[in-house]
Design a protein. Sequence first.
Length: 127
Amino acid sequence: MNKNTKNMIALVDDNMANLKLLEMHLKDSYNTLLFTGGKAFLQYLNSDQAKPDMVLLDRMMPGISGDDVCNTMKNNEATSNIPIIMCSALTSESDIEMGITAGADGYLVKPVSRTDLFDELSKFFKQ
């Protein structure tokens, strides 16, 4: 990727306040796309639009859950290589394990701090 171009991160959550908080943390370092739910995000992925470089994905959403979105992406050759970090209020070891089993490459517990977010992103992007 060109040094002068910011990576694009898709933010997927059914709660606009969560989306805006993540966007606020990321806006200076990354381009962001906001989606209020799994269905809208999957429709975007199936379009001819540019694919994001990473997805921050809520697990608990009405309709299509984050686990379902994750499974769909990881089972599609066109999107299987896009890193997914689950962001969830589900905090037990079994909940985290379920998110990873669904295909997530990382897991953050809400509320997500800026420090934890950037620590996780640094595993995938050079800062």
